[in-house]
Design a protein around this ligand. Structure first.
Ligand code: ADA
Length: 625
């Protein structure tokens, strides 16, 4: 997968992106598929989602992808797949002989690797079975009731790496002291032939930082070193300075692009390099009509342009690990990101199921491995809106949260809660995040602030919450692109804009308890093909985006842009009292008087309505001159 920087200097990497041979096998048991008997009668893009193409739209079942490989020499080769949606099985077929089953993988949205066995040089076929069937037994991470359409395919690309006898498995670089520009470099290595010693070199922006011979006591292990980069620029939303750090071990290398920043929670604030953050943004789904879960660079550039245009500095990646290339662009744009594992309203049955927990633990490991070096990632999340109020779920929450902390203790952890009145797990997390929809699923825009206050007051009455940062992680309304309505009623662009305006004003002008807001959401997306859900989803889409699925802005886009810009300019909601002028929303008749925060600045006088000039009036006027 191409990134915004070259991840390897000496290691040989072959990008397998392109058009692969393809066959849709449909509702077959993958256990019974004989890879050497498949008739590949079609072709499909990799990266891509096969059911985002007209021919396979809406279809669920097993698909087969094939690409030829030429291995020029003996030795270890490693195949990386960026995200197979959402169950995969990998085979290697030699020109002669039996297919070799290399691995299976459960769950999309995360990168995984498999090593090709020590094969002799020659021509091979790589075959990947991809199943987008919703099948809890085989893949408990993608379930039919989730509110997003589960596209299938090899959505994030494929690469073949040539490893030597000693290689780097993972590289994690963490800021341990931003003031002294100190970083911890963690090198996880492995080898086929373990030399007693090997050269370890670390450079930053091409400048040598460390060079030594390290003794390798085992065939695999971890080497940790601390480096300092005196005078190096820090990473912040305003100045997102990045540094390319290259680690060479023996003949292998890995390059990461890092930001020097530390994130921590202090009381009700989230601090980035000891500065309190006001996080203003959206949830974002990785789903588009044309490409499914696969995202061409053009789309990623478009989205980050629009997010920056709306004065956004925070994105919640709902509800699964984000594409590393999107994170690359957020690193550069100074947009903070909440990355979370796959999850949507799980209950005790799931959280007490070994298979579910095991799949989640594996996914969390892959999520942290692929995202931990991104400066923009400031927190981890999990189990969106699951039943944290149910005692039977607590153990599952604890197990998964402990795993996240074990893998990365440098970032705070949260989950989006929609059971605020009786949540039993909020003591396990660092940041309280609330999903709530007053003004859409219940109540109205005028009553929304009161509803919000009630639930925030309740949370603040809880010892587990009162001294923690609060993020409103979901709130919003549907708006059909292009639907303008004199009544400004639900489903209209006017209604959505008015609700977002009332929400931002209340949270950052009137109430100011929340330090973050991710409106639901940036982009319209195809909802799950679940009849009951569809009845509440016009067009079978979740239309709560401020842009539609083609990124066409709705009225709310401009409302949010104006208000976020003013809150940011006023130093965020928690410190100053931003003078937030009114936004260019249409004349509002949705009774936004009453409880909604008084505008702190008088609405600019509306220009006197011009009388309709008619020919007759003009003629009369002339006569009087
Ligand atoms: C929930 C859920 C979102 C989305 C939203 C909605 O909060 O977390 O994924 O489904 O509701 O649009 O209703």
């Amino acid at each position: 997968m191409l990134r915004r920087f070259v991840p390897h200097g000496s290691r040989r990497v072959q990008d397998l992106a392109g058009v692969w041979d393809f066959a849709f096998l449909g509702a077959v048991d993958p256990e019974k598929v004989q890879p050497d008997k498949i008739v590949f009668d079609d072709r499909m893009a990799v990266p891509g989602c096969f059911d985002a193409t007209p021919r396979y739209a809406g279809q669920r079942g097993v698909a087969a992808y094939r690409v030829p490989l030429h291995l020029a020499e003996m030795g270890r080769h490693r195949l990386y797949l960026g995200g197979v949606h959402h169950w995969g099985r990998v085979f290697l077929l030699p020109e002669t002989g039996k297919p070799q089953h290399l691995t299976d993988h459960v769950g999309g949205f995360t990168r995984f690797a498999v090593d090709l066995p020590a094969v002799k040089p020659g021509n091979y076929d790589l075959i990947v079975l991809v199943d987008n069937t919703i099948d809890y037994d085989r893949c408990p991470l993608h379930l039919v009731y989730f509110d997003w359409y589960h596209y299938g395919g090899i959505a994030r690309g494929a690469e073949l790496h040539r490893l030597g006898d000693l290689w780097i498995d993972q590289l994690a670089i963490t800021t341990t002291d931003y003031k002294s520009r100190t970083l911890k470099v963690r090198v996880q290595y492995a080898s086929d032939a373990t030399p007693d010693v090997a050269p370890l070199t670390i450079t930053c922006q091409g400048q040598p930082v460390l060079s030594e011979m390290v003794s390798l006591r085992a065939a695999s292990g971890v080497i940790e070193r601390e480096i300092t980069l005196p005078g190096a620029g820090l990473w912040s939303c305003e100045e997102p300075t990045l540094h390319q750090v290259r680690v060479q071990l023996g003949y292998d290398d890995m390059i990461e692009r890092v930001g020097i920043r530390q994130v921590r929670v202090e009381g009700r604030s989230i601090l980035l390099n000891d500065q309190p953050l006001t996080l203003l943004g959206f949830n974002r789904h990785e789903s588009t009509a044309q490409f499914g879960h696969s995202q061409p660079w053009q789309l990623l550039v478009n989205d980050v342009q629009q997010l920056k245009d709306m004065n956004v500095n925070f994105i919640r990646g709902s509800h699964y690990p984000q594409d590393p290339r999107f994170l690359d662009l957020c690193d550069e744009a100074g947009i903070c990101v909440w990355v979370e594992s796959i999850g949507w309203q799980h209950n005790a049955e799931h959280l007490q199921d070994e298979r579910f927990i095991s799949a989640q633990l594996n996914l969390i490991g892959e999520m942290v491995a692929q995202s931990t070096n991104h400066a923009s990632v400031i927190m981890w999340g999990l189990l969106n809106e699951s039943h944290s109020e149910d005692r039977a779920c607590r153990k599952g929450y604890k197990t998964l949260i402990q795993r996240i902390r074990k893998l990365d203790s440098s970032r705070p952890v949260t989950y989006a809660c929609n059971h605020p009145w009786d949540d039993r797990c909020l003591d396990l997390i660092d940041i309280v995040s609330l999903n709530t929809y007053p003004g859409w699923y219940w109540g109205s825009i005028p009553t929304m602030p009161e509803e919000l206050d009630k639930v925030v007051d309740h949370l603040d009455s809880q010892a587990a919450c009162r001294d923690k940062p609060l993020i409103v992680s979901e709130i919003g309304a549907e708006a059909l692109y292009g639907f303008r309505d004199w009544n400004h009623e639900r489903w209209s662009e006017e209604y959505q804009a008015a609700l977002h305006e009332a929400t931002i004003r209340h949270l950052f002008v009137t109430r100011k308890r929340a330090i973050g807001l991710t409106l639901w959401l940036y982009n319209d997306f195809r909802a799950a093909n679940d009849t009951k859900k569809h009845l509440g989803r016009a067009r079978g889409y979740n239309n709560k985006g401020v842009v539609d699925e083609y990124r066409r802005p709705k009225l709310a886009y401009h409302t949010v842009k104006a208000l976020y810009g003013q809150v940011q300019a006023a130093g965020g909601g928690t410190e100053g009292t931003p003078q937030v002028a009114s936004t260019p929303s249409p004349p509002s008749t949705t009774k936004t008087k009453g409880r909604v925060a008084k505008k702190s600045v008088a609405k600019p006088a509306r220009p006197a309505a011009k009388k309709p000039a008619t020919k007759r009036a003009a003629a009369a006027k002339k006569r009087t001159k």
